[in-house]
Ligand binder design. Structure first.
Ligand code: NDP
Length: 485
């Protein structure tokens, strides 16, 4: 019997599912049970060629449509996604292992928001008129052309939409490669776009590992690469794109600080730390994994944090009561367990968790370390799992310097009732996506992205339009041309 998560075929090209079993088989494993639920095949050179040539050809006609027409299709796709939210959420849970309690509200819904938002903007992408006496210049905002999207495994539906929606709104076409770990959801996004009326070839999905991504990035027909992934992969992909002078957006990893001053509302701060460390079992790039707590409230904060973390419900991700799921793969689980051991060895104090959960699947207990110091491995490296490091601090000046002492710069948060201090501290933190008395909100209306090694460019909001389009300026002379000879 075929599992309900088994896609019709591995790739989606030119408006239809396409299979080529000559590619390397990629097993799709359900993280909650370890069971293989589907198989896809990595794209062969023939598949890659089909996807790129189709997307290149489709782009010209797509860009000729009016913004209103393109926007209508994207908004229709948003409506279809919302109507099918339950089925899409179940698929997202199979793909990632994240609990249905989360996927019902954070994945297809976030993808639909992006399709709706950029669908709404598509008709208003205009240039300007610049008068120069009798002469004038006008500008046009034009598509870049053929864009490649490469996704990480934590939010497969959302990442496909966060990249696809602005790209398509601007008149580009896209070839999207999901992570080999979570290949299923992007195929549904491609299917829904076609159903909503997108011309065949405008949004294509091909499967594969890094080498398929590499082949896409280096192809001379590709004009832009948008990657969500780790910093090491980002450096490689950025360098490969630079060799072809391609546009890039890099959404990479982080080790973000969350600073809690002693005047903060403790329960809100604990809530922020939980959202910033344990949502999606900690597999979120913007997580505030270095929680700096001012010394006066340290033990009170830790006690409340341990109490609330104890309320996490680990279990079957398909049960809507479950609030904490497994790691995406066995490999990711082992990486995270390795970091937990490092934390213990280097002298951090385990407040709660600290081990694999005693159940089937790749579950790790939500883990909090206290007495973490800046040089410990768990305070320096991105773990990408449910491991929170709590560090103490005395003064604002000290904590800002320590918070910034990292190569990363994706996010930062501050909890305090002193608003002057909140804005001053945020102003001094080196991070792209920041929060005051909150953590990890990601509305499509707000720009999202990092500084320093955490990335280049921004996703979401009007900012994303700038990264998926370019400006043509046209000088118009009304009189005669003067020339030297
Ligand atoms: P990776 O960097 O391992 O992979 C990201 C994607 O790039 C995958 O699809 C991968 O394919 C592909 N890839 C790998 N090597 C190459 C290459 N040489 N050329 C082209 N493509 C390549 O990240 P993960 O999937 O492990 O995701 C976790 C990371 O993503 C974390 O560091 C996290 O912080 C970051 N992330 C950042 C976000 C942000 O918006 N800032 C959001 C979510 C995650 P494959 O996996 O098939 O090998």
């Amino acid at each position: 019997m075929t599992h309900p998560a088994q896609p019709k075929a591995s790739h989606f090209i030119n408006g239809a599912y396409v299979e080529d079993t000559a590619g390397t088989p990629i097993p799709v494993i359900y993280a909650a049970t370890g069971e293989q639920i589907a198989t896809v095949y990595a794209a062969t050179p023939t598949i890659i060629e089909q996807a790129l040539s189709t997307a290149k050809a489709a782009q010209k006609e797509w860009a000729k449509m009016t913004g209103t027409e393109r926007g209508r299709i994207l908004r229709r796709a948003a409506d279809i996604m919302r109507e099918r939210n339950h089925d899409l959420s179940v698929l997202e849970t199979y793909d990632t292992g994240k609990p249905l309690q989360e996927t019902l509200v954070a994945d297809a819904t976030s993808g639909a928001d992006a399709l709706e938002y950029f669908g709404g903007l598509a008709a208003s992408l205009t240039g300007e008129h610049i008068p120069l006496g009798e002469d004038w210049v006008y500008t046009k905002r034009e598509a870049l052309g053929l864009c490649v999207g490469i996704g990480a495994w934590n939010y497969p539906t959302q990442i496909a939409c966060w990249k696809g929606a602005p790209a398509l709104a601007c008149g580009n076409s896209m070839v999207f490669k999901p992570s080999e770990t979570t290949p299923l959801c992007a195929l549904k996004v491609a299917e829904i776009l076609i159903e909503a009326g997108a011309p065949a070839g405008v949004f294509n999905v091909v499967q594969g590992m890094g080498e398929v991504g590499g082949a896409l990035v280096t192809d001379p027909r590709v004009d832009k690469v948008s990657l969500t992934g780790s910093v090491p992969t980002g450096k490689k992909v950025y360098a490969a794109a630079a060799a072809g002078m391609k546009h890039v957006t890099m959404e990479l990893g982080g080790k973000s600080p969350l600073i809690i001053f002693d005047d903060a509302d403790i329960d809100n701060a604990v809530g922020g730390a939980i959202n910033g460390n344990f949502y999606s079992s900690g597999q979120v790039c913007s997580n505030g994994t270095r929680v700096f707590v001012q010394k006066g409230i340290k033990e009170k904060f830790l006690a409340r944090l341990a109490e609330r973390t104890g309320n996490a419900i680990l279990g079957d991700p398909m049960d809507e009561a479950t609030s904490f799921g497994p790691m995406v793969t066995e490999n990711q689980m082992n990486i995270v367990l390795g970091y937990i051991e490092k934390g213990k060895e280097e002298g951090a104090r385990v407040i709660c968790g600290g081990a694999r959960a005693d159940m089937d699947g790749y579950y790790i207990q939500p883990t909090v370390f206290a007495d973490v110091t800046d040089e410990m491995t768990i305070a320096r490296e991105e773990i990408f799992g449910p491991v929170m490091s709590v560090l103490d601090f005395d003064t604002e000046e000290e904590v800002v310097a320590r918070a910034n002492d990292t190569e990363f710069g994706l996010s930062a948060g501050v909890f305090t009732k002193d608003f002057t201090r909140a804005h001053r501290v945020i102003g001094n933190l080196e991070a792209g996506s920041c929060f005051i008395n909150s953590y990890n909100d990601a509305p499509v209306e707000a720009p999202f992205g990092g500084v320093k090694a955490s990335g280049v460019g921004r996703e979401n909001s009007k900012e994303a339009i700038k990264h998926f389009s370019q400006v043509k300026s046209v000088y118009v002379r009304m009189g005669d041309v003067e020339a030297a000879f």
